[in-house]
Design a protein around this ligand. Structure first.
Ligand SMILES: C[S@@+](CC[C@H](N)C(=O)[O-])C[C@H]1O[C@@H](n2cnc3c(N)ncnc32)[C@H](O)[C@@H]1O
Length: 200
């Protein structure tokens, strides 16, 4: 019997070569790239804060933040996605620690990060609440969770209120900011995509 991690890994390995073709994935369009840069800088502590980018995929957000002076560790299940991420970091001339692993049990150093960043991964984990408990453990005192999720027109994803409630199982506070603006996605969207930030 094939376990869910092996299946997910194979699926994402197969997607790696074309993943960045979507504007919000590759961040190749300067307007989209600039929108994500501005958004993240509004919600992150100043560089050189330490950021764990869990499910970093092709590394677009990791590289964006490393270019701003953040100390980034990107973790992903898929070796092929990590290959893309490492090549992107090298092209950009930034130094990022990448490792292969399961975001549900990241195995990174406890209490070592100012930010746990995760975009479009939490919803797909088998036990999001348990994963969030692990992520909170990664944070230094005063550290924050920065999550980008969605409730997509395909039916996949997590409603914003559900994500905030999951975070509040482990934290005192979680704030939702909806992201309907096309500048983040490179096109008009008709579903709910959002940011959840928890600072304490
Ligand atoms: C939709 S992509 C998001 C990538 C990146 N965060 C971004 O915003 O572009 C989902 C990523 O999560 C990774 N992933 C899926 N399940 C995972 C798990 N259990 N642990 C770590 N990474 C996982 C996949 O390999 C893929 O790279």
């Amino acid at each position: 019997m094939i376990d869910h991690l092996t299946l997910a890994r194979a699926e994402w390995d197969g997607y790696a070569a074309v993943y960045d073709d979507d504007p919000d994935h590759g961040l190749r369009d300067p307007e989209v790239r600039g929108a994500w840069r501005t958004l993240l800088l509004q919600h992150l502590p100043p560089p050189p804060a330490a950021v764990a980018d869990l499910g970093c995929g092709s590394g677009s957000l990791s590289v964006l933040l490393a270019e701003q002076g953040y100390d980034v560790h990107g973790l992903d299940l898929s070796d092929r996605m990590l290959d893309v991420a490492r090549a992107k970091a090298e092209d950009a001339g930034v130094d990022i620690a990448f490792s292969q692993g399961d975001a549900s049990e990241p195995g990174l150093e406890t209490g070592a990060f100012d930010v746990v960043l995760c975009r479009h991964v939490l919803w797909a984990l088998p036990d999001p609440s348990r994963a969030l408990a692990r992520w909170v453990d990664l944070l230094r005192p005063g550290g924050r969770l920065v999550l980008v999720e969605g409730s997509w027109s395909t039916g996949a994803g997590l409603p914003a209120r559900r994500t905030a409630d999951l975070v509040r199982e482990h934290r005192d506070e979680a704030t939702v900011r909806h992201l309907p603006e096309r500048e983040y996605w490179g096109r008009q969207i008709d579903d709910d995509r959002y940011l959840v930030v928890s600072t304490y």
